[in-house]
Design a protein around this ligand. Sequence first.
Ligand code: UFG
Length: 337
Amino acid sequence: MPEKETVLLTGGAGYIGSHIAVDLIDSGYNVVIADNFDNSSPEVIDRIEEITGVRPILYEIDVTNEEDLRQLFKENQIDSVIHLAGLKAVGESVELPLKYYSNNLNATLNLLKIMEEFGVNKIVFSSSATVYGVPETVPLTEDMPTSCTNPYGWTKLMGEQILTDAAKANEDLSVILLRYFNPVGAHKSGLIGEKPNGIPNNLMPYICDVAKGKRDHLSVFGNDYPTKDGTGVRDYIHILDLSSGHLKALEYAQDQKGVSVFNLGTGTGYSVLDIVNAFEKANNIKIPYEFTPRREGDVAECYADPKKALEILDWQAVHSLEEMCQDSWNWTQKTNS
Ligand code: UFG
């Protein structure tokens, strides 16, 4: 890596972005964050500084705003971009599809336009395992068919398509599409982690709320799936592993041209009850739960085949389920919400 490359991290104050910011700074990159704090807070920037001793440059802007983004590129010599900014609530995207399409797609289009203007050719894009739709078989490999069940997912798949077409038209462009499975856990310091607004949609934040006494029990959505215990199976990946995957992808983007796609998952599927049990054991806290009907749009099983990332990026997840549960809980205890 050339000395002190500068990386633009859109959505860099978010759950995933803040962990990547820490890893980038620790690895010697300059970090410029663009975030509108729609689903994050300025305090996160202080926390990143507290952990790393370096304060990332911050632009409180919306990536969909062309003039603001151009100004950022004028004022900083950006070498590459990790694009995470976007709306991500699956349920909300069904209620407000136009908001999701407009925001997520315009952010990507705008970013590509300004990158081209300034001759920036490397981009890592935050995609999602949701682009596999309802999997026909698991584990999922990157060449399996894609489709989506909600507008949020479509914005990820369309984002992949936009980037793919842009790379076809501009042979200097290097695009890495990363399909995340289910990120959980938090930084070991307990200073940054996931902070959902209101009632959590996702399993681990909900379990942490129950552990904290904010909610009296977990609703397990469905116990009649064709899985080992009837509950949904997912590929939970520690946020630190997800983050390290981005650094590997960024390194890879230096050498390749065109588009590459990688799953970021562990390759192991755990059921909802596995997670409840692991959390109870790791933290010695009882999590009361009740079975309720399936949640609309949920699939029975979704887990990665992570071999391609190992072979090509030399990346694999190393943090255990126990750590995922401990680190999620450590972070939850340290936050005041
Ligand atoms: N679940 C419960 N109770 C809850 C919350 C979740 O039983 O209160 C179950 C779900 O039914 C599912 C599992 O826990 O079986 C995981 O659910 P999450 O909501 O944590 O995660 P999803 O797999 O549904 O969705 C996540 C991201 C999406 C992304 C998708 C990609 O939230 O943004 O992975 O596969 F699109």
